[in-house]
Write a protein that binds this ligand. Structure first.
Ligand SMILES: *Cc1c(COP(=O)(O)O)cnc(C)c1O
Length: 411
């Protein structure tokens, strides 16, 4: 079930303070998830979550993660700058490479971030841009399909990321020659999965592979990075993950492949984005138009520029109408934005209670890959972001763009 932890009063109060549309984030919910994750892995040696900055790139949010003992996962110059702004440095930053300008390695190395190499060719780039550090991480791509039970959960063979199995030995040996003293192993094989066996299966693969590579490359494995991919229940009826079970499953895999976690030999890292903030964000928007032609449309003051996932992936985002939570969903609507682009629809054939122009609509699960994917197509601007604090205040953590921002880059 999507997150209904905030009452409609909260959304109505927020909308009386800030013009719609805006994203509202719940600080208490974000902290709760960070604590639950740390608790589920409290058995693990040196466990650390590196919040994936791309999911919600706002320094005020990153500061919350810092207070909860998390690090950050960055993969661009601006994300490194955001991390710095929020006070992160050194091993609290993971820098995930991917066909990026090599000068970004210089920046990441200057911050002493942990570097995660996406390809064997990155070794030379890193050597020339900041140098090979003593601890280096490599990203593994097993190819083929990734399955859990009978279900295909991902297609690593079609994914642009990571190193093949055959590249790992020569690559790690070369890293060792160039000064690396220990390595971490990373993989991201399924996205948005609420299957509790994902992390345990991935962990088993990485622990076993890491142990083998230690022997063949003569360098110790110092951590396994389980990356992101843990999903959230976007649809009513979807089950949330059980973090305690996930943590226990990873512990069993650790004991099986590496032995006693009490010996603190191999650390565990994660880079969850969606799971941490996704359910703790809502896009708040007013119904501004009603239109009846071949279908029944409700036009709202938000558009795909504020939340691209439905237009881009056909993703489901739950919607509720403030003050009408308990009314029967007896109408069928397409809920649309104002872009001149027919995929600008937050929902298609969605059962909702009768919607009137002026109603406040709340679009759920926008706290990750929501605002962050925003764009300015059609001259539509990015919205504000508001934090609902633990004390119950509303804090503007990003103002809405104005036409001045839109024109600021013109020469
Ligand atoms: C996107 C990404 C994540 C976060 O993924 P979620 O699905 O949001 O958990 C973590 N690590 C890397 C390298 C990523 O690219």
């Amino acid at each position: 079930m999507p997150n209904f932890s905030l009452s409609d009063d909260v959304f109505i109060q927020a909308a009386s303070r800030f013009p719609t549309p805006f994203h509202l984030y719940d600080e208490a919910g974000i902290r709760k998830n960070a604590r639950a994750l740390n608790e589920a892995f409290s058995w693990a040696p040196h466990f650390q979550e590196y919040f994936a900055v791309k999911a919600l790139p706002n320094p005020q949010i990153l500061k919350i993660f810092k207070e909860e003992g998390c690090g950050v996962d960055c993969s661009s110059e601006c994300e490194l700058l955001l991390a710095e702004m929020a006070g992160f440095s050194g091993n609290d930053i993971m820098f995930s490479a991917n066909a990026m300008p090599p000068a970004e390695f210089d920046h990441a190395r200057a911050l002493n971030a942990i570097i995660n190499l996406d390809d064997i060719s990155d070794i030379d780039l890193l050597a020339a841009h900041g140098g090979i550090p003593e601890t280096v991480c490599v990203r593994y791509n097993p190819g083929g399909d990734f399955t859990l039970g009978n279900a295909i959960m991902g297609a690593p063979g079609e994914s642009k990321y990571g190193w093949t199995r055959a590249q790992l030995e020569p690559g790690l040996k070369k890293l060792k020659e160039l000064g690396a003293r220990r390595f971490g192993l990373h993989a991201f094989l399924a996205s948005n999965t609420t299957d509790n066996s994902y992390y345990p299966k991935l962990a088993g693969i990485l622990f076993a592979l890491g142990a083998e590579l230690e022997r063949t490359c003569g360098m110790p494995l110092c951590f396994v990075n389980l990356s992101g991919g843990v999903g959230i229940p976007y649809r009513p009826g979807d089950e949330p993950v059980d973090l305690a079970r996930i943590g226990e499953g990873v512990r069993q895999a650790y004991i099986r492949e590496l032995g006693d976690p009490g010996e603190k030999r191999v650390g565990i890292k994660a880079e969850l984005g969606r799971f941490m903030t996704g359910p703790n964000g809502w896009l708040v928007t007013h119904a501004t138009h009603e239109k009846k032609i071949h279908k029944h449309y409700i036009g709202v003051d938000a558009c795909a520029s504020n939340l691209m996932r439905p237009a881009m992936y056909g993703a489901y985002h739950h919607i509720h109408v403030c003050g009408k939570r308990d009314l029967p969903a007896e109408r069928l609507y397409d809920v649309t934005g104002c872009l001149c682009e027919n995929n600008d629809k937050f929902a298609i054939d969605r059962p909702l209670p009768e919607v009137a122009v002026g109603d406040l609509l709340v679009i759920h699960d926008t706290g990750a890959h929501g605002f962050a994917m925003g764009y300015q197509y059609n001259g539509r601007l990015r919205s504000a972001e508001v934090l609902y604090t633990e004390k119950g205040d509303f804090r503007l953590i990003r103002r809405a763009e104005t036409p001045r921002d839109y024109f600021a880059t013109l020469v």
